[in-house]
Structure formats: structure tokens, C-alpha cells
Design a binder for this molecule. Structure first.
Ligand SMILES: NC(=O)C1=CN([C@@H]2O[C@H](COP(=O)(O)OP(=O)(O)OC[C@H]3O[C@@H](n4cnc5c(N)ncnc54)[C@H](O)[C@@H]3O)[C@@H](O)[C@H]2O)[C@@H](O)CC1
Ligand SMILES: Nc1ncnc2c1ncn2[C@@H]1O[C@H](COP(=O)(O)OP(=O)(O)O)[C@@H](O)[C@H]1O
Ligand SMILES: [K+]
Length: 495
């Protein structure tokens, strides 16, 4: 999906209004989309009917919030709206929707002074979901008036409540769990320095005609991984399909003390739709791995097979044997090869072998592995994630999945894809192994490797978001991601 600047978005909004869709209607669709995202978030977190506080500014960003507050109030939710300016400053579409909200009886108050906000901060709120509708794409310059107080108030709620930003986190100073953006994602929201503010990023279709979007300029170097782009990768399965239709994936990895990594990776490949999955593990752990994954054919000698994708690395260890095996794969494979973890770091002095491979290669480094591969410092990788991913893809002729919040998928000659699903609960051992398995499972059933990597990072993060909403981020473990994959798939496909 295209990513736009605020200016490009304003142009799209203006073109849409000129084509006959009134601004009032655009705002209604935006606010209804926001209400629907809040309902889903609340439902996933078992917070249905919990108090929701909308904090609105005097622009159209506040207008979206009024529509959503109105909608939830009509559903019977305990909703309240605080306005960070005098009512008299409201105008246009926002004023229209404000009046409707007020008429419907949504409890409301205007907090016009810093003293009001100091009092609000002292008293707090019992709302478990707080909505930031203070500033959107119309923000400019230094914060003026009470907006700074209101932003500080909403941001402070992030320490105890779920925070949802409308369109963009206000002045990129509110730490949101979810940003519900209108029309198309905005460039600032996918920049790596802003991941802590944006949280997950969902897009509301506000009815901008497709042809306007196609014609619009967007960021030519970046694209957003959106479920609507992934759905076509999973067409209806023919009724007479059999396991041979969906490929045979080989997963190589594991070592003494690291049997879980390959177990989870190969299970994730199965859960991603591969027809058959085989694993090759050292003899010493065969008896540990095999019973854990009855759906996988586990071997302790290199098996023969018509592989459609090969994945190597999880739990493999950084031995000379690992390096030899990986180099051999790169030299001989004709099918996509996914390299993760140790299979990446052992190539630090052999990057030429990656460039020389004739098969598609997908590397899935976390910043530490990326730094090790190129002899860099992790801080330097993190300081320019986009540039680093692009550099590596160009240099190695491989697809680079640079992991971490706002995972990037880069391939030479095309825009870098950015993913905004996932949460810090994934920062626990084994999450990456699951991702490698998903990519191999998707590539192995014939999805082109770049698209497989994009779909995999989205599904992986989505599974983690569903799991965290149910079990809490702190309690998330990698097998939860595998278990929630089914639900993640269901959010892009009805079958
Ligand atoms: N037709 C449209 O234009 C649509 C707009 N939408 C929403 O409207 C938003 C954009 O609306 P606006 O252009 O009204 O902009 P904003 O809602 O961002 O706010 C602009 C208002 O905030 C004030 N302001 C700006 N910068 C400030 C600062 N630094 N300190 C204090 N006050 C400041 C301005 O004086 C102005 O009154 C989008 O982000 C989106 O949420 C959506 O409803 C979809 C349709
Ligand atoms: N804060 C976070 N937000 C989003 N995703 C995260 C976060 N922390 C970790 N992840 C994801 O979890 C996975 C961790 O992978 P990795 O570091 O290789 O772990 P391991 O080696 O333990 O399997 C990656 O896909 C990464 O993008
Ligand atoms: K906002």
C-alpha cells in the first residue's frame, strides 16, 4: 500500500471532495472506521463496554473522534469526550459532528486552560481506552495553548491504559498502542524513530476513489504491508487439492540444547500451509524434536526430497559445520533459501557466497545479526534501518528482512516494505524462529519469496498481537505465536 505525506493526503481528500463526496461524509466514514477499530481492540483485550475517553482538539482530527464517540455511545458504551479548546473554536465538518455528538448526549467537557489539565492529570481517568484526537495532519510549528498539556495528559495514560491515536499520534508525542490512520498511511508514522509512538498501524478506507489513489504521488522508496495486498496471495484452494499442491519445505537446524528452535520453526512452516515439511536435525536431538512435531518428518541424516523451499539456521550453532552446510546450500539450491540466526552470522566472511547464489535468498537478521554480518555496530544499524536494509539487499542481491519493531523487507530495485503488526511481547526467545518457518512455509507453497516475506512478517506480528491481547505482552512465548497463526490467517482470508 502506498505511503503519503500529509500534503499528498490533503490533496487526495480535496480531490475526493471535488468529485462530489462532501467532507462531512468523509469524516463520518473516518469516524465510523475509528469506532470499529476501537471495538475490535476492546474485544481482543476483553475490554468490551469498558470506559473510553476521547480527547479532541479543535481541528478535523477531533471531528473523527466526535463521530466515533457518538457511535460507541449509541452502542451503549460508557464514553466521555474532553475538548482541548473552547467550543467556539470548532468549525466546519468537525463542528457539524460535534453538535450531533452533543445532541446524542455524549458526556462532554471543554478543558480550556492549563489549570483544567493540571486538575485532570491530578484526578486521572478510569478510562481503560483513551483516544488521542488532538492533532492530525494539520499540526504545524511549536505546540501552542493547552494542546501541549492535553498531549502530555494523553501520553501519560499510556502507562496504564490502551491509547489509540486518530490518524497520527498528536505531534508524534503520544505513545499509542494503535494508530488508526485515515485513507493511507503517512510517511512519519512508518519511520523507525517513531515506532514507540505509533504502535500498530491500521488504515481506514474512507472512500477515496481507487483511481485517485493510483494516480497519487506517494513515497517511491517505501510501501506499507497491508492485509488487502496479502489476501490475493492466498487464493481459494482447489477442491481436489492434495499435499503435493502446496510444496515440500526442508527445515535445517537445531543442536544440543537448542532443539526448541527447529521444532517451532518447522511447526510454523506447517501452520503456514506447506503441504509437507521435513526437518533435518543432529542425531543428538532427534528424539527430542520428533515427538514435539508429529506433523513434521524429522530426520537425522540429510533427507532426499523435491524441496520447494529450504530454511536453515534456528538453533544450528555457529560451528564450521554450520558454515559448510550453509555455503553448500547457497551453491547448490535451485529453490528459495531462507537463512536465519546462526546461518546468517556464520557468513560474516562469506557474503560473496550470498551474492553468488543462483536461488532466491531471504535473510532474516535481527539488528545484532545484521551488524555481525557486515562488521557494524548495532547502534549504527538501528540509526538508519531503512538505509541499511536497502544497502544489504543491493549488495547481496538477497531479500533482507531486518527484524525488530517496524520490520523492513528489502529487495533490490523495489520499494522497501514496512510492517507495523507486532508488539514488544515478541521480544522473547524463539519469536524469530517462528518467523523463519512461516516465510519458508509460504515460499514453499509457491508464493514469490519477497511477497512470502512480507506476508510472513505481517502474519507473525498479527499472531503476536492477538496472543498478547489475550495473554498480556509480558507473558507471551514463541509457541503462542504459532498457535495464533490460524487466527492471523483468518483475518486475511475467510477460509
Ligand atoms: N476531509 C478531510 O480533510 C479529512 C480529514 N480527516 C481528519 O482531519 C485531520 C486533519 O484535520 P485538520 O487539517 O483540521 O488538522 P488537525 O485536526 O490536525 O488540527 C488543526 C487545528 O489544530 C491547530 N494546531 C495546529 N498545529 C498546532 C500546534 N502546533 N499547536 C496547537 N494547535 C495547533 C490549528 O490551529 C487547527 O485549528 C486528519 O488528520 C484526519 O484525522 C478525516 O476526517 C478524513 C477527512
Ligand atoms: N518490540 C517489538 N515489536 C515488534 N516486533 C518485535 C519486537 N521485538 C521483537 N520483535 C519480533 O520478534 C522476532 C524476534 O526475532 P529474533 O530476535 O531473531 O528472536 P529469536 O532469535 O529469539 O528467535 C522478530 O520477528 C522481531 O521483529
Ligand atoms: K491524533
Amino acid at each position: 500500500m502506498k505511503i503519503v505525506t500529509p500534503e499528498q493526503m490533503r490533496q487526495l481528500d480535496a480531490n475526493t471532495m471535488n468529485s462530489g463526496i462532501p467532507g462531512e461524509e468523509l469524516m463520518l466514514t473516518a469516524g465510523e472506521g475509528l469506532a470499529s477499530a476501537i471495538r475490535t481492540l476492546a474485544s481482543n483485550h476483553q475490554l468490551i463496554d469498558s470506559p473510553v475517553l476521547f480527547v479532541a482538539g479543535c481541528g478535523n482530527n477531533g471531528g473523527d473522534a466526535f463521530v466515533a464517540a457518538h457511535g460507541l455511545h449509541e452502542d451503549g458504551w460508557p464514553v466521555e469526550c474532553w475538548l482541548a479548546c473552547p467550543e467556539s473554536k470548532l468549525k466546519g465538518d468537525a463542528l457539524i459532528h460535534f453538535k450531533k455528538m452533543k445532541k446524542a448526549g455524549v458526556p462532554f467537557q471543554a478543558l480550556e486552560t492549563s489549570e483544567h489539565w493540571a486538575h485532570a492529570s491530578a484526578c486521572g481517568t478510569d478510562a481503560e481506552i483513551v483516544i488521542d484526537g488532538l492533532l492530525g495532519t494539520g499540526a504545524f510549528g511549536e505546540l501552542r495553548g493547552v494542546i501541549a498539556d492535553a498531549i502530555a495528559f494523553v501520553d501519560a495514560q499510556a502507562d496504564r491504559a490502551l491509547v489509540v491515536a486518530v490518524d497520527v499520534p498528536s505531534a508524534m508525542a503520544v505513545r499509542a498502542d494503535l494508530t488508526v490512520t485515515m485513507g493511507l498511511p503517512k510517511v512519519e508514522s512508518v519511520q523507525s524513530e517513531n515506532v514507540d509512538f505509533v504502535g500498530n498501524l491500521e488504515v481506514v478506507d474512507i472512500g477515496i476513489p481507487v483511481e485517485f489513489i493510483e494516480e497519487a504521488d506517494g513515497d517511491s522508496e517505501l510501501e506499507f504491508i497491508h492485509p488487502s495486498d496479502l489476501a490475493p496471495l492466498f487464493p481459494r484452494r482447489p477442491r481436489d487439492a492434495h499435499k503435493g499442491f502446496f510444496g515440500h519445505v526442508l527445515c535445517i537446524g537445531g543442536s544440543k540444547g537448542f532443539s526448541g528452535a527447529i521444532t517451532m520453526a518447522s511447526r510454523a512452516a506447517c501452520r503456514s500451509g506447506a503441504g509437507l515439511v521435513s526437518a533435518f536435525v543432529p542425531e543428538a536431538i532427534h528424539a527430542l524434536v520428533a515427538p514435539g512435531v508429529p506433523e513434521v518428518m524429522v530426520h537425522s541424516c540429510m533427507p532426499e526430497g523435491q524441496w520447494t523451499a529450504i530454511m536453515a539456521g534456528p538453533g544450528m550453532g555457529r560451528s564450521a559445520t554450520t558454515r559448510e552446510q550453509v555455503l553448500h546450500l547457497l551453491e547448490t539450491s535451485k529453490v528459495p533459501v531462507v537463512l536465519d540466526a546462526d546461518a546468517i552470522t556464520v557468513l560474516a566472511d562469506h557474503v560473496a557466497a550470498i551474492a553468488a547464489a543462483r536461488c532466491p535468498v531471504v535473510l532474516t537478521p535481527h539488528p545484532g545479526e545484521f551488524a555481525a554480518l557486515f562488521g557494524l555496530k548495532v547502534a549504527d544499524v538501528q540509526a538508519d534501518r531503512f538505509g541499511m536494509a536497502k544497502m544489504a539487499a543491493d549488495k547481496l542481491g538477497a531479500m533482507i528482512v531486518l527484524k525488530g519493531a517496524g520490520t523492513l523487507v528489502a529487495s533490490s530495485g523495489r520499494p522497501v516494505a514496512v510492517n507495523m503488526t507486532g508488539n514488544p511481547g515478541m521480544a522473547s526467545g524463539g519469536s524469530g524462529d517462528v518467523l523463519a518457518g512461516i516465510i519458508a512455509g509460504l515460499a514453499g507453497q509457491g508464493i514469490p519469496p519477497f511477497e512470502a516475506a512480507c506476508a510472513a512478517v505481517w502474519l507473525h506480528g498479527r499472531a503476536a498481537d492477538l496472543a498478547a491481547a489475550e495473554k498480556a505482552q509480558a507473558s507471551l512465548i514463541a509457541p503462542d505465536l504459532v498457535e495464533k497463526l490460524s487466527e492471523a490467517f483468518r483475518s486475511i482470508s475467510c477460509r
